[in-house]
Design a binder for this molecule. Structure first.
Ligand code: SF4
Ligand code: SF4
Length: 351
C-alpha cells in the first residue's frame, strides 16, 4: 500500500488536470462507453441542477494521520493544507445565514486542524439540526491530546461518522494501514462507553463501508446486519447505521485502478450499473462543499479535482445561496460512481 500521498510522491496523478484527462480520454473519447453527460441526457437529466442547499460540507484540511490506499482526498501526514480561523469564521457567518440543516466537517482528519475544537464549539452554538464530524477513529488513539475526543464530541452533540471498511483486521488494515483495525476497535469502544451508538442514544455513531478493491459495494442493509452482528459478537461494539459508499475513480483510488490494470473494467462496471433514478438525489443536488482555503465546489469529489462551482459566486466570502442554486453542476465520468446501483453519497445509498 502507498505510504505517501500522490503529491509527496510527485506522481503525475497529483495533477487534477491529468486525472480529468484520463477520465475524458480512452474508452470515453472513442465512444466505447458513453460520457456521463450523454448518459444523463438519455433520461432528460442534463444539465444536472442543484435543488435546495441543505448540507454544508466543510473540508478543514488535507492533513491526516493515515494514508489509506483508496483516499480520494490524497490526504496524509505530509499534506499541510489547513483551514485558517479566518476562513472558519467566514463559514460560521454563512452557516448562521443559510437554511442548511446539516453541517458536515471532513478532512483529512479534521481533528488535526489546530482550530478544530474552537470551530466545533462555535458551530455547535448556531444550532444546526445535524452536526457531523467525519472522524477516522484512529485519531482518537493517535496521541494523548486526542484521547478526550469522545467526551468532547458528546459535549457538543456531534454526530460521528467513521470509516470502517470491514469487521476483520486483515481487510481493514490492507486498505487503511497496519494497526488501523485495532485502534479503530478501541476508539469505537470508547465512543460506546460515553453513550455513542447505543440503541436508544441520541449520540449518533454511523460507520462508512467502502470496497477494498475494484468492485462495487453490496447491499447496504445486508452489510449493516453483518457488521452489527460481527462487531457486537467479537468486540461488544454497537453503532447506528452503516453507509455503503462506492469508490470514485479519482486520486489514490484512480492510481490503484491504473496500477492494478483495473481502470477500464471498473469504469465498465460503473456504467453498466448506472441507475437513472439515483441521479435526482446525488450529493451535489443538496450540498455545497467548501475547501480549506474557502473555495466552493459541487461536492468533495469535485473539490479534489479542483472543479470549482460554475457560478459567479465561487468563494465562501461571497456566498449567496440564490445565485449558487442557479448553477449547473460540473460533471465528468467520476460521477458514474454516484449513480451506480443504489447510488452513493456521503450518507450512503440514494436510490
Ligand atoms: S483516514 Fe480518510 S482522509 Fe485520512 S487517508 Fe484515510 S481515507 Fe483519506
Ligand atoms: S461526483 Fe459530485 S458532481 Fe458528480 S454526481 Fe457525484 S456528487 Fe454530483
Amino acid at each position: 500500500m502507498a505510504v505517501k500521498s500522490l503529491k509527496k510522491r510527485e506522481s503525475e496523478l497529483a495533477s487534477t488536470q491529468r486525472q480529468l484527462e484520463i477520465l475524458s480520454n480512452g474508452i470515453f473519447q472513442s465512444g466505447e462507453l458513453p460520457t456521463f453527460a450523454n448518459k444523463i441526457k438519455e433520461t432528460n437529466q442534463f444539465p444536472l441542477k442543484p435543488k435546495k442547499i441543505e448540507i454544508l460540507q466543510i473540508n478543514v484540511g488535507y492533513m491526516c494521520n493515515q494514508v489509506c490506499s483508496h483516499c480520494h482526498v490524497d490526504a496524509g501526514p505530509d499534506r499541510k493544507e489547513i483551514m485558517t480561523r479566518e476562513t472558519m469564521q467566514q463559514c460560521l457567518d454563512v452557516i448562521e445565514k443559510t437554511g442548511a440543516h446539516t453541517l458536515d466537517l471532513t478532512g483529512g482528519a479534521p481533528e488535526m486542524n489546530p482550530n478544530f475544537r474552537w470551530f466545533v464549539e462555535e458551530a455547535s452554538k448556531i444550532g444546526v439540526k445535524d452536526f457531523i464530524v467525519r472522524s477516522n477513529l484512529t485519531i482518537i488513539r493517535a496521541n494523548k491530546k486526542y484521547y478526550d475526543l469522545p467526551e468532547f464530541f458528546k459535549k457538543h452533540n456531534v454526530h460521528v461518522v467513521s470509516s470502517m471498511p470491514h469487521w476483520t483486521r486483515g481487510k481493514t488494515d490492507k486498505q487503511r494501514g497496519d494497526g488501523v483495525f485495532d485502534k479503530s476497535i478501541k476508539a469505537l469502544q470508547e465512543l460506546n462507553a460515553v453513550g455513542y451508538g447505543m440503541p436508544d442514544s441520541d449520540l449518533r455513531l454511523d460507520l462508512v463501508y467502502n470496497p477494498s478493491g475494484a468492485f462495487l459495494p453490496g447491499d447496504q442493509t445486508a452489510m449493516e446486519k453483518d457488521f452489527k452482528k460481527a462487531l457486537l459478537e467479537d468486540f461488544g461494539i454497537q453503532f447506528h447505521n452503516l453507509f455503503a459508499i462506492t469508490n470514485l475513480p479519482i486520486s489514490r483510488f484512480l492510481d490503484y485502478l491504473i496500477a492494478s490494470e483495473n481502470y477500464e473494467d471498473y469504469m465498465y462496471s460503473l456504467v453498466e450499473a448506472f441507475n437513472p433514478s439515483a441521479v435526482a438525489n446525488v450529493m451535489c443536488t443538496n450540498t455545497i462543499s467548501v475547501s480549506w482555503d474557502g473555495w466552493l465546489y459541487d461536492c468533495d469529489f469535485n473539490q479534489m479535482l479542483d472543479l470549482k462551482v460554475a457560478s459567479n459566486v465561487k468563494h465562501i466570502s461571497e456566498y449567496n445561496e440564490e445565485i449558487l442554486q442557479n448553477r449547473n453542476v460540473i460533471i465528468s465520468q467520476h460521477c458514474y460512481g454516484c449513480t451506480a446501483g443504489a447510488g452513493s453519497s456521503c450518507q450512503g445509498t440514494v436510490a
